[in-house]
Design a protein around this ligand. Sequence first.
Ligand SMILES: [Zn+2]
Length: 493
Amino acid sequence: MARLTQPARNRSVGNTFGRFLLLGFLIAIFAAASWYAVPRPPQPVTLTYELDLAHAARGELTICMVVDGDLPESLELAFPPGVFGDRRNGVTPSITSAHALLRNGRIGDSLPVSVTVDGWRLPLLPGERIGFTYRIDLASVGQLEQDIRKHISAPVVGGLRAVGFEVFLQPRGVQVGDISVNFRNGGGMPLVVPWNAGPITDDGPVPANLLYHPRDQRDLNNSLIACGDLRIATAEAGDSLIRFATADRWLFADRDVLQLLQRIARAEIAFFGTAPEPLITCLLAANPVGGAERFDTYGVHTGSSILLLLDAQTTYADLNESAASVLAHEMFHGWLGEAIRQVDPATLWFTEGATTLYAARMLVAANVWSPPYGRQMLEARLARDYYGSTRLGQISVAAAAAQVMADPETVRFGYAGGVAVCAALEHSLIAQGSCGDPLGELLRYLYNQGSDAPLTRAGIVAAALAVTGIECGTWLDHYVYGTEPLPSIEPMI
Ligand SMILES: [Zn+2]
């Protein structure tokens, strides 16, 4: 349902050394001379975060961040918008100390720190290495808060859960290289992180002191971390490991959720050919939202992790009939949304529409839903929220889907409209003579491109042309980006 937005991925600089070899002796001399004549470009800094879990049970994380490398004269350390100083989300960062770190391993002078709108500034840096220790206090925001994004980082039984971009302070305007995350987990508390641990010593992993290496800042920001009285179970699905964790009591067995996750993952991996990540994590917790406007179930995905917030009274039947569609939807976003990167609001109709359509198809493929039940679920939703919506003909599907914080009817029209136009586009392509599965081929084409570039409207049109030979831009102008209502369609299941 909700998708988190993250700061752009840090990009590495291409190695141009090979070209110098081709340019001849004189240029080689020039290059060598200029090495001394012009300043060396700054090297990426390395970031190390050490998370102390000793007081996690009371919602407290103490994080020591070490920044090492070519540091500028002053350094801004920032959280993404909406974290720092916004008490509504229950995440309260506070500084404890900032020091220069000496090469001999000793702690140097204490550094002055000033507060900015989104973090802290160190006005004067004396060297190449600093240690910055800060604390994150997590509190429940209460059931009156209806914005589910404010509930993601929160206390859990015996510990806490936190999304990366709300806890990892980051240097602004500095190129970042290697990133390490180290957990001080002396109590051996059950811990869930989205990365595989590397050995911290030559003797192999040390359970109390695990070291992880996120690929880049996006991978760090996208992480979902949890610790506490967690019951953790794992299962294999294709080339991926499924990890399930919960700290709450349920009316169904943990293995029921794990098996459901495994069946959905196998269907989705079979559809795309490979898993988007080697580890897919699902954290299950009680739905914290109250009030008449609440949904029974909320799903959030971040990177390869899913947070499923379920009503405490959810039965085994509810799990398979309704919560399963949220799970299948959020897991599908691991491909369409993350691997095929959703950034531009103008393509949200496609990302959300195709994900919702395929969540139903994947549940049918996994034998969780029968084909008639899947068809009935989709048709009921289209009848109510697309064909029966007062927004039909008034606002385009693309515009409605782009407004994630609009009024509930517009949001429902945007999502259902996305499903309707994806299903209708599929019918249209088949009617024009494409293969029998043009939308599936289009999704696999986008996934197999392996591009880091975000999905665009032009990219969808180009992919459709590549896999079907059909130009669909004009069709999209009418039914997706224009306000023309679709003729009645029946989505294929
Ligand atoms: Zn979604």
